[in-house]
Structure formats: structure tokens, C-alpha cells
Design a protein around this ligand. Structure first.
Ligand SMILES: C[S@@+](CC[C@H](N)C(=O)[O-])C[C@H]1O[C@@H](n2cnc3c(N)ncnc32)[C@H](O)[C@@H]1O
Length: 258
């Protein structure tokens, strides 16, 4: 079955609802990813982001856009899912955050050249039909010296077990009854580094991203959530996603616009 990106329209109204499987990206993944991005930002940009411009490519419900806005960035979020864009707008307005959400895709970003100090693309690159185009567009919209931050799923036997078998295929643990990932579209770090290098983004080192809980019983939490007996947001918190030594499941990294 081809990857089903329309799921973000079917269930994208309630990204922020803990019972929505999309909330797995929030519970611990948002803080886990943002902690690493803050480290990179502190080292590369400094600590004051007031008025700096950040672009969220594939902004979904706005989990990360809100984090960047809260620390001072002027954020533009782009996503091809109209339902997700509407949900993100509503949530930001309810929280008094001024975020500019627009409909669009990473392959053709509806923004000007060199408009942004920072661009980030999180859990999106493994969904896009044209990775070269998305990375090329990212380079186009960053000012020279601008920073690109990302995370994506690796293409390893471990990632196939976790992201495809456990989270997508096994009936008793899967998040959706549709294919949200295609393992062949997942990207190895060396492949992404190669594309970024050719498109004007000088890559830095990558670090692992994955569950830090060592408790094998956490898989039972997924089975409970799949039956509606535990919120997915709570499953995410219990799995404690964040920076890991191993890059076998997912990885995060950065690159600088040359
Ligand atoms: C797994 S979600 C990640 C959402 C958000 N980045 C986060 O981490 O919370 C993937 C998102 O990518 C979006 N997406 C799919 N294809 C895309 C494309 N070609 N360009 C930009 N975004 C895309 C989907 O609509 C969805 O909102």
C-alpha cells in the first residue's frame, strides 16, 4: 500500500488530543527533540531569538512551532494538510501565540529566498515524494549561515521492526489502520548528508533519537492505547523519547546554509 499522507486530514483536527495517535509525537517527542535543538541553537546562534525568523516545514498540529514561538522566534509553519493547518491555527490562537500557518508543501515552499534564520523539518522527510526538492527548497529559503534542524526515521532493520512492524503492522500495537510510513522511503544519515551537501547545506554530526525507557513492558502500553484504554500522549511520555546514542531507529541533526 502506498504511504497514506491523507491521514493528516482525516485525524488532523485533534492533534492536541492525548487520545489521538498523532499525540505520540508530542508527549515526550516534542520536549525530547526541542531539548536537542535548543543545544544546537545555543551553540550556533546564541540564546536570544527575539525577532529571528523560523520556518517549520511540515508543521502538522504545531507542536514544535509553538515551542519555537515561545522562545522568541517569529514562526511560519507550512503543511499540505488543510485540516492540520486549521487545527494548528486554532491551537496557537487559543494559547495567544502569533504563528503564521500556510498551506503548502516542502517541495515548493510558499516563501521568499533567504527569508529565514532557521528552518526545521521534523518527522517529515520520510513522508515526502521528492527529498532532493525539499532539501533544495530549504536551502533556498535560508539566509547564508542560516541553520537547518531535522529529525527523521533511519532505514535499518531496527527501524523496520519498530516503525513498521510494531507501530504500523501489528494489529494489537499499531497506531493507525493504514500505512503512515513506507520503510523504503526512510533515509539513512549518509544519504541525507549527501543530499544536503549537494544542495548547499553543510551538515554537522547526527545524534540518535528514540525511546529511552528500557522497560520491555512498554509495548503493553501500546496495546492498551490501541484498544483505547490509555492515551497515546501518556504512552509517549512513558517511552521517554529523546536523544539516544544509537541512531538505529531515528536520528536528529543540523546543517548550516553555505
Ligand atoms: C509525522 S507528521 C510531523 C508533524 C510535525 N512536524 C511534528 O513533528 O509534530 C508529518 C507531517 O508532514 C506533512 N507532510 C506530508 N508531506 C509533506 C510534504 N511534501 N511537505 C511538507 N509536509 C508534508 C503531513 O501533512 C504531516 O503534518
Amino acid at each position: 500500500m502506498p504511504i497514506d499522507n491523507d491521514v493528516y486530514n482525516r485525524v488532523g483536527e485533534s492533534w492536541w488530543d492525548e487520545d489521538n495517535p498523532l499525540n505520540m509525537l508530542h508527549g515526550s517527542l516534542t520536549p525530547g527533540r526541542f531539548e536537542y535543538f535548543r543545544e544546537v541553537l545555543a551553540a550556533r546562534v546564541g540564546g536570544d531569538y527575539t525577532g529571528m525568523r523560523a520556518l517549520d516545514i511540515g508543521s502538522g498540529g504545531g507542536f514544535l512551532a509553538e515551542e519555537f514561538a515561545k522562545v522568541g522566534f517569529r514562526v511560519v509553519g507550512i503543511d499540505p494538510s488543510a485540516v492540520s493547518v486549521a487545527a494548528a491555527r486554532t491551537h496557537a490562537a487559543e494559547g495567544g501565540l502569533d504563528i503564521d500557518y500556510r498551506l503548502g508543501s516542502g517541495e515548493r515552499l510558499p516563501v521568499q529566498d533567504k527569508e529565514f534564520d532557521v528552518a526545521y523539518c521534523c518527522d517529515v522527510l520520510e513522508h515526502v515524494s521528492d527529498l532532493e526538492a525539499v532539501i533544495g527548497e530549504t536551502a533556498r529559503v535560508l539566509r547564508p549561515g542560516g541553520l537547518f534542524l531535522f529529525d527523521t526515521i533511519n532505514r535499518t532493520r531496527t527501524s523496520r521492526l519498530v516503525a513498521i512492524k510494531i507501530m504500523q503492522e501489528w494489529r494489537w500495537t499499531r497506531l493507525f489502520d493504514t500505512d503512515v510510513h513506507d520503510w523504503s522511503m526512510c533515509i539513512r544519515p549518509d544519504e541525507l548528508i549527501d543530499v544536503m551537501g549537494r544542495r548547499g547545506l553543510r551538515p554537522g554530526a547526527v545524534v540518535g533519537l528514540g525511546p529511552r525507557s528500557r522497560n520491555p513492558l512498554r509495548i503493553l502500553d501500546m496495546a492498551r492505547a490501541a484498544r483505547g484504554r490509555l492515551p497515546w500522549g501518556e504512552v509517549s511520555r512513558r517511552l521517554d523519547f529523546g536523544r539516544t546514542r544509537s541512531t538505529a531507529i531515528s536520528y536528529m541533526g543540523f546543517a548550516v546554509r553555505t
